[in-house]
Design a protein around this ligand. Structure first.
Ligand code: HEC
Length: 392
């Protein structure tokens, strides 16, 4: 593992944005902060600075945190202090838990207390005692409590897009609603998706789709599969994943594609500076009996992550293209690709951000006589972060 205290990696820069946001809210702290910023270059130039910061963070942890969180980050549920809390803090030494929590969430919790993110108010706010840099170092220190592990960092858990495949493995329920009014025939499509992490880098997925066409409803398909994180680097802010699902058609007689489909994909995510993320994916749709009728999808999205607070509205702009293998002939001939644009917003609902909406529309840029615009609503519940009703 790269030394998190040495240098100013991209991961730290991303955490630093939040300092700026925090300063806006805290007038007096601004003075102190600017004094610190003036000194920072000198402090950083000193040899052993990284070691000194690590020591200081460890010292802060020992003196301020261990009574509740335990000396290793694992709370002792039998200790009188922990019993009196009414809630046992999560085990910071557990690599799965430790890796999945984004650093910026922990910055907020430590600075503003548990209640700021819908956690227990028994987790005190330390913003009055520690400055932003100390809190940042403390978070970097907490991240070392789980030791070496191969889990991807939760800093790479980008917002779920409407069409682009997501790279980060999730423990999540997602309900996706899609509406079109193609040729004046209203069509509603409901998909329920269940995602579960397995081991360090794998995630399984099950999906069931129901369709109501002009008032006539039936189950359309069932999909099962998984994905595997090929590469992830929190400092570089980059993650790459490969996966595949198999789609089985259900009772629906009207569907054009009634073959079993194999859907392999590659997905990427990357931080672009401190407040933008980009995600891209490519997926093939391969009907097993008629591969010729298959297609390839290309898709990408940029999100503006303008605040560390999860309960906010985050705009995103997505581009999607589907390239059929067979373009047809004569009047039925279709363009090389069907291209659409999808403006959308992620709406964080709970304080923890573990319940969120994704709302958007898909506007075809060509082939408009064949494809109508579509409206989407996704409801996302990250169940690893607590029950649906917790943390509002
Ligand atoms: C008085 C007890 C107490 C002290 C002292 C304390 N904490 Fe906590 N902390 C808690 C509790 C309780 C929770 C769990 C809140 C929950 O799960 O609802 C928590 C949660 C957290 C979390 C969030 C974990 C998550 O679920 O995402 C972090 C990070 C954290 N504490 C860091 C610290 C640090 C760093 C310090 C010292 C600077 C500290 N805590 C001091 C009680 C304490």
């Amino acid at each position: 593992m790269a030394d998190p205290f040495a240098g100013s990696g991209a991961a730290i820069d991303r955490v630093r944005v939040h300092r700026v946001a925090a300063f806006r809210r805290r007038g007096p702290a601004l003075l102190l902060a600017s004094a610190w910023l003036a000194f920072a270059p000198f402090v950083r130039a000193e040899n052993g600075d990284a070691e000194a910061r690590r020591e200081r963070a460890a010292e802060h942890f020992r003196t301020l945190c261990t009574t509740c969180h335990g000396p290793t980050g694992q709370p002792d549920p039998d200790s009188a202090v922990v019993e009196a809390l009414g809630v046992v803090p999560a085990n910071l030494a557990d690599p799965l838990f430790n890796s999945r929590e984004p650093k910026r969430d922990w910055m907020l919790v430590i600075r503003d207390g548990g209640s700021a993110l819908g956690l227990s108010d028994r987790m005190p706010a330390f913003g009055g005692q520690l400055d932003e840099r100390e809190i940042q170092d403390l978070v970097l220190y907490l991240k070392t409590l789980s030791g070496e592990h191969g889990y991807p960092s939760g800093d790479l858990n980008f917002f779920l897009p409407l069409r682009t495949r997501k790279a980060f493995p999730e423990d999540e329920w997602v309900w996706k609603l899609r509406f079109t009014d193609q040729d004046e025939r209203p069509q509603w499509r409901n998909t329920l998706e269940f995602e579960k992490r397995i081991g360090r880098r794998f995630q399984s997925v099950l999906e069931l789709t129901h369709r109501v066409d002009d008032g006539d409803g039936s189950f359309e398909k069932f999909e099962a599969g998984g994905k595997y994180v090929l590469f992830s680097d929190a400092d570089a802010g980059f993650i790459a994943t490969a996966g595949a699902t198999v789609g089985f058609p259900l009772e629906d007689e009207r569907s054009v594609r009634r073959d079993t489909e194999i859907l392999p994909f590659l997905a990427f995510g990357k931080w672009l500076g401190p407040s933008f993320t980009v995600q891209a994916s490519t997926r093939a749709k391969l009907p097993v009996d008629r591969v010729r009728r298959g297609s390839v999808e290309l898709s990408g999205i940029v999100h503006w992550v303008h605040t560390p607070w999860p309960r906010a509205i985050f705009p995103g702009l997505e581009l999607f293209a589907e390239i059929p293998f067979d373009h047809g002939a004569g009047a039925a001939r279709v363009d090389f690709a069907q291209v659409s644009i999808l403006p959308q917003v992620r709406v964080g609902l709970s304080k923890r951000g573990h319940v969120a909406l994704n709302l958007g529309v898909e506007l075809p840029l060509n082939e408009r006589d064949r494809y109508d615009s579509r409206a989407y609503l996704d409801l996302i519940w990250d169940f690893a972060d607590g029950p649906f009703w917790a943390g509002w």
